[in-house]
Design a protein around this ligand. Structure first.
Ligand code: AHR
Length: 535
């Protein structure tokens, strides 16, 4: 796989040294359409919905009696917007909540379901009105695969086994119970998580202990009635390579996938920074931290490769995204944060990284779908706004299930001072991170179009990108752009249209050599091009 970056300017964010900044940046991107091999699994565009704050209640679900327009309790506006994203897979019910969730509380007549304090997330009372039926029916509505996280931390093996049977068996006591609750046909449930963050909120286990627990629980998660489970073990956080090593050794191919969590976060103690008030340095630091996922992925993959050279076990990055301080005036523990163009860049750059490792990364799930962390959607009463991150996911839909096209990229880069660096804190933290000023990805979809996504991360300067298609001719090009006047721009309930996608017309095919294009990207812009290929 080829991707390289040459530095023609060296800057320190917020501390310019050496070379003056050019008036306009230039980059070259050589795409190799004939060398595409790996498919970008659509599941890389997965989402995550936890019983946390207003993600489920208010965000996705308002109940049938709500004055907010709904279909069988699901918000019409939200479902309509989410359908545009072609969501492939939705993870539920957590997160940390999953290991405190007892599924039998969430079935049967809603008026008779027990209440429980959501002690992980703000002490809110959970009325269990959104349970197994409501989740799996939502997946049917969104036409996505469900991914159900099992309770290993405080549940029992029997509870887990029964849940799988309840959802997927077409006969027997659990199937009859399900039918009495209104659903005769079993659902198809492929993805199950055998625990979540077992090293933390999922039971504070050691990797050795969790490996044994995984083996015990997974044994009793059976395939019923033609349903085939894909079992995902609770994997490492960030730089915990020992966790991956131990699981690969002790669980190995008893699991179909191993998860990884990586947040673009300042740290776990103290302030995480404001979502909308930040400096240019904060922005560049954030993108450096976001790209820090790549060496982390490489190292986990390196361990997996030693135990599983044929790459049968998937790496599932089932939690990722930005994590800022909660918005002023919101309930502590509800993780409600605004979402700016900065978050859009984190989405684009992360997806561009994931595309490069599709031979191992089979799924990712951004945290979370609505009203929590780096959301697609924010709601307040009957109002809904689409976030800049939503628009990136929309612009990237054509990459789903497309063939990844290798490329060579030459662009400027910035060395970003990692002011949060503490020597010895982690082997992977470095005092400086290299931040390419252009991020790119390319794919060919089944209908033959080539899509190229480009992100000019420079806050001040536009960037001219000369694209070569390595002998392939382009007949026509269209495009979509996401940009805004200020990097901190975001959509609010009063001003929902500040940031939105728009047509992009600044990509020109060379009239004499149709294998080349010149694209001019405004500062801080994200663009997706659609190329019709000629003879
Ligand atoms: O996404 C929010 C929380 O982050 C999840 O519940 C947990 O798994 C992670 O620590």
């Amino acid at each position: 796989m080829k991707h390289f970056i040459s530095a023609s300017a060296l800057l320190f964010a917020g501390l310019l040294v050496g070379l003056p900044a050019a008036a306009q940046r230039e980059a070259t991107l050589t795409i190799h359409p004939s060398q595409g091999e790996n498919i970008i699994s659509r599941n890389i565009y997965g989402q995550f919905a936890e019983h946390l704050g207003t993600c489920i209640y208010g965000g996705l679900w308002v109940g049938e009696d709500s004055p907010i327009a709904n279909t069988r309790g699901y918000r019409n506006d939200v479902v309509g917007a989410l359908k545009e994203l072609h969501i492939p897979v939705l993870r539920w019910p957590g997160g940390c909540f999953a290991d405190d969730y007892h599924w039998e509380d969430g079935i049967g007549p809603r008026s008779q379901r027990p209440q429980k304090v959501n002690s992980t997330w703000g002490g809110t009372v959970e009325d269990n009105s959104f349970g197994t039926h409501e989740f799996l029916n939502l997946c049917e509505l969104l036409e996505c695969e469900p991914y159900v996280s099992m309770n290993i931390g405080s549940g029992t093996v029997r509870e887990t086994a029964d849940w799988v049977e309840y959802m997927t068996a077409d006969n027997g006591p659990q199937a009859e119970r399900r039918a009495r609750n209104g659903r005769k046909e079993p659902w198809k449930v492929k993805f199950i998580g055998v625990g979540n963050e077992a090293w933390g909120c999922g039971g504070n286990m050691t990797p050795q202990y969790y490996s044994d627990e995984y083996r015990r629980y997974a044994t009793y998660c059976h395939d019923f009635s033609g349903n085939h489970l894909f079992k995902i073990a609770s994997g490492a956080s960030d730089y915990d390579y020992e966790w991956t090593e131990t699981l690969m050794k002790n669980v190995g191919n008893r699991a179909n996938g191993l998860s990884l969590h990586y947040y673009t976060v300042l740290g776990w103690n103290g302030s995480k920074g404001n979502a909308t008030r930040f400096t240019d340095d904060d922005y560049y630091w954030c993108l450096g931290k976001c790209l820090g996922i790549e060496p982390v992925i490489q190292r986990h993959i390196g361990i997996m490769d030693r135990y599983d050279p044929k790459k049968r076990i998937g790496l599932m990055v089932d939690e990722w995204g930005t994590w800022w301080d909660e918005e002023d005036g919101t309930i502590p523990g509800h993780l409600f944060q605004q979402n700016t163009m900065r978050d859009a860049f984190v989405a684009a750059l992360s997806l561009n990284v994931f595309h490069k490792y599709t031979d191992r990364i089979q799924m990712t799930n951004i945290a979370q779908i609505a009203n929590v962390l780096q959301s697609m959607i924010l709601t307040q009463g009957d109002k809904m706004v689409l976030t800049p991150t939503y628009y990136v996911f929309k612009m990237y839909v054509p990459h789903q299930d497309a063939t990844f096209l290798p490329f060579d990229l030459k662009c400027d880069q910035m060395d970003v001072r990692n002011e949060r660096f503490t020597p010895g804190r982690s082997q992977d933290e470095e005092p400086f991170r290299h931040l390419p000023m252009l991020s790119a990805t390319a794919s060919r979809s089944a209908d033959g179009f080539i899509h190229v996504s480009l992100a000019n991360v420079d806050l001040k300067q536009k960037q001219t990108v000369t694209i070569s298609l390595d002998g392939t001719k382009a007949e026509s090009v269209t495009g979509t752009i996401l940009t805004s006047t200020n990097i901190a721009d975001h959509n609010t309930f009063d001003r929902p249209q500040t940031v939105h996608e728009a047509p992009f017309t600044d990509a020109k095919i060379d009239k004499k050599d149709k294998t080349k294009l010149v694209v001019t990207l405004p500062a801080k812009s994200i663009v997706t091009l659609k190329l019709k290929i000629g003879n």
